[in-house]
Write a protein that binds this ligand. Structure first.
Ligand SMILES: Nc1ncnc2c1ncn2[C@@H]1O[C@H](COP(=O)(O)OP(=O)(O)OP(=O)(O)O)[C@@H](O)[C@H]1O
Length: 249
């Protein structure tokens, strides 16, 4: 018998028998799925399979018709810590004439319902500088977002999602419309972030090569036409190691 894997990782997302329909079209039916701290989950499926719908339910933009969703152990209705979640939706392309700079777009990630009219503090500026640095876009911080390439814009959106230092990063086809070389660099960057930072990833992608390279050959589960590939947190660390790391800090 396989020894049971010890798991000290917190539940980040829990879906129990979740279903969703647009009028009479059922898109998701009876979905059970859980994501633990530091898991990297790749979501794959044909066009119209319901991948974006699923992400939109998880970030609270669509209510599940049936079933229960928990985020960080809290029912989604009661969940308030939205800054713990960074979300980069699909198709972010900006009109080339849009008047915001890279820095302004990244800073806008700090605004939520409460802080929309709050003045930006020195600490906020520092958070922005850190996010620009992680994405290696400091040198284009004052450029107009519309003047950048698709790959550069994607880094800006990722920096915007990272500015609150989220525990969970949700990406909807982050490399769509980007050339193969930039795509490869982007995947290197996020897998590096996954391995080095204490962050959980949920990513919709069409890039099966990347998924299989990093997340293994076979999906761990499937619902309708949606497949889930997972690199579990216990594959990159175990509880004993984690304790050791903590005790050394
Ligand atoms: N706002 C909407 N109103 C009605 N039907 C919708 C709406 N949004 C999506 N749908 C339908 O629901 C189904 C799932 O859409 P969804 O965008 O979640 O799929 P997807 O897997 O993300 O597809 P893609 O890979 O093309 O992005 C599709 O058939 C789509 O046409």
């Amino acid at each position: 018998m396989e020894p049971e894997v010890q798991d000290c990782h917190q539940s980040i997302i829990q879906l129990n028998k979740v279903s969703f329909s647009y009028r009479d079209q059922q898109v998701i039916r009876d979905l059970n799925f859980s994501v633990k701290e530091r898991d990297f989950v790749g979501i794959v499926g044909s066009n119209g399979a319901g991948k974006t719908t699923l992400l939109r339910m998880i970030v609270g933009l669509l209510p599940a018709a049936e079933g229960a969703i928990e985020l960080f152990g809290t029912p989604i209705r009661k969940f308030k810590d939205w800054e713990r979640i960074g979300y980069v939706p699909q198709k972010n392309a900006f009109n080339p004439l849009f008047p915001a700079t890279v820095r302004e777009v990244v800073m806008s990630g700090l605004y939520n319902r409460k802080s929309l009219f709050k003045r930006l503090s020195r600490q906020d500026q520092q958070k922005c500088d850190d996010a620009l640095e992680v994405m290696r876009i400091q040198d284009i911080a004052d450029k107009r977002i519309g003047a950048l390439s698709g790959g550069q814009q994607q880094r800006v959106f990722l920096a915007r999602a990272l500015i609150n230092r989220p525990d969970l990063l949700i990406l909807d086809e982050p490399t769509i419309g980007i050339d193969a070389e930039t795509q490869a660099g982007f995947f290197d960057l996020i897998t590096h972030m996954h391995a080095r930072h204490h962050m959980t990833f949920l990513m919709v992608t069409h890039d099966l090569d990347m998924v299989k390279d990093y997340l293994g050959e076979s999906p761990v589960s499937q619902n309708g036409k949606i497949q889930f590939f997972v690199r579990h947190s216990h594959e990159i660390e175990n509880c004993a190691e984690e304790d050791l790391q903590h005790s050394l800090v």
